[in-house]
Write a protein that binds this ligand. Structure first.
Ligand code: 5AD
Ligand code: SF4
Length: 462
């Protein structure tokens, strides 16, 4: 008999992607191998996201549909993990509507996966292991199975202490906890040794990194030291908060060759009364001041953002201020969201009293997207004729004769395939010949580097 097979479905953000790699690493350490399809899997894990209602509905729908498969293959184990597992309402829902789920484990219980799977097998009923907080545990040295290639994600800080009034994350991911600088740097060093060249530092709030460490360090220190690691070419970080973006950090990015010059600064709204009620802890003016300081400190800086429309009580005037801010900053791109009430958050209580109606919310979202698309298109036109380096991720999903990749500043670039050489995971200078709203396109304009593609296939201990 071959080894048992696992499949992990990951919803939501990069933190969840990284958690899935840590689940996969532990499973492979136990002897599991990846399954190609649900029908052959002995274990399916749904790693859920709770940030908006749509993500939750998606996960619950999927879990519901797996009931049939479970009936056909009763020995298959079905597990639910991620942010939804932290919510008591999910557990209640699963017990009632999805008793075919065998195991539910929370965001603080990842490192216990082997034991939990063992216990779930002995258990007749659904086994639920969800710690409310991480306590003093910082699980280091847990095996992890990264995606092969040259891009890797590295956790630097867990949790969020900001408590924006719309957001569920502080409840599902707990308090801010930074990993030790030396542990992070050792991980990056090891990754470089395995052939990874592009690292993304992860946290809900990366610029709070280090405030809880002794000696105190910050994200600027981490970037400065990570940059010295040979073999690492590009460095990204996800997600910063506009409030703690220090001048020191702007300066470090400004002089760095490795750190991306694209700043993702989620603004959420352009009106001060809404920002105050969102508890964002900055004003429109402070945000614009940060944009100005970034423009002075970082040559060719670009900005992207997240915006929520239809926050409770958002008036047409408030919304007009959001549009106005978008026109002023001219973001390269923006993730735009309809406000989604999250049970247990303060804004969800206000939603009852002061909701923005669905048609108004949707109309605002459409107007915002139309404006942003126009600006994105215009910003991309400026890149026509330039020759950025593109890290090729692989053949385009839709068109195998085209390579898809990204620039250091995060722009999607489609590259014409002109030879049989495999450009996957290689850095290639590309002359931009066409610029659309969501991507650039062009032709190879120089030798790819490194000279040959490498594939990394190890289960490293993180
Ligand atoms: N409704 C809509 N969007 C939300 N986000 C977070 N919480 C909500 C919510 N309740 C958005 C924010 C955040 C991004 C990751 O998701 O814009 O920056
Ligand atoms: Fe949520 Fe605000 Fe924390 Fe971001 S900073 S995770 S939006 S509470």
């Amino acid at each position: 008999m071959g080894s048992a097979l696992y499949l992990i479905h990951t919803l939501g953000c990069q933190m969840n992607e990284r958690d899935s790699e840590i689940m996969a690493g532990q499973l492979e350490h136990m002897g599991y191998a990846p399954a190609a399809a649900e029908e052959e899997a002995d274990l399916i894990i749904i790693n859920t996201c709770a940030v908006r209602g749509s993500a939750e509905d998606h996960a619950l729908g999927h879990i519901g549909r797996l009931k049939q498969l479970k009936a056909k293959r009763p020995r298959m184990t079905l597990a639910v993990a991620g942010c939804m597992a932290q919510e008591p309402k999910t557990i209640a829902w699963l017990k009632r509507h999805a008793p075919h789920v065998d195991l539910v484990f929370g965001t603080h219980n990842l490192h216990q996966l082997p034991r939990l799977l063992d216990e779930a097998e002995q258990h007749q009923e659904m086994l639920v292991e969800v710690w409310k907080s991480a306590g003093d545990i910082m699980a280091e040295h847990v095996p992890s199975r990264r995606k092969p290639g040259v891009r890797a994600q590295v956790n630097i800080i867990y949790g969020c202490d900001k408590f924006c009034t719309y957001c569920i994350v502080p409840f599902t991911r707990g308090r801010e906890r930074s990993r030790q600088l030396d542990d992070v740097l050792a991980e990056v060093q090891a990754l470089a040794g395995e052939g990874y060249e592009d690292v993304t530092f992860l946290g809900q709030n990366v610029n709070s990194y280090g405030h809880d460490l002794l000696p105190r360090v910050d994200l600027a220190d981490l970037l400065t030291q990570a940059e010295r690691i040979a073999g690492i070419r590009w460095i990204h970080y996800m997600t910063p908060h506009p409030r703690d973006f220090s001048q020191k950090l702007l300066e470090v990015i400004g002089i760095s060759d490795k750190v991306s010059r694209q700043l993702h600064l989620p603004v959420q709204a352009g009106s001060n009364p809404i920002l105050r009620r969102m508890n964002r802890k900055y004003t429109r003016e402070e945000y614009l001041d940060l944009i100005g300081r970034a423009r002075s400190a970082i040559e060719e800086v670009t900005f992207t953002t997240d915006i929520i429309v239809g926050f409770p009580g958002e008036s047409e005037e408030d919304f007009a201020l959001t549009l106005d801010l978008v026109r002023e900053v001219r973001f390269d791109s923006a993730f735009t969201f309809l406000y989604s009430p999250r049970e247990g958050t303060p804004a969800a209580r206000w939603e009852g009293r002061d909701p923005v109606s669905d048609p108004v919310k949707k109309d605002r979202l459409n107007r915002l997207m139309a404006l942003q698309y126009q600006i994105s298109w215009e910003a991309n036109q400026l890149l026509l004729g330039t020759t950025p380096v593109v890290l090729v991720e692989g053949p385009s999903k839709k068109e195998p004769r085209i390579w898809a990749g990204r620039t250091q500043q995060g722009k999607v670039v489609l590259v014409e395939r002109e030879s049989e050489a495999d450009l996957t995971d290689r850095f290639v200078p590309v002359k931009i010949t066409s610029a659309k709203t969501f991507y650039l396109a062009g032709r190879v304009a120089g030798a790819p580097f490194p000279a040959s593609s490498r594939s990394v296939h190890t289960i490293a201990v993180r």
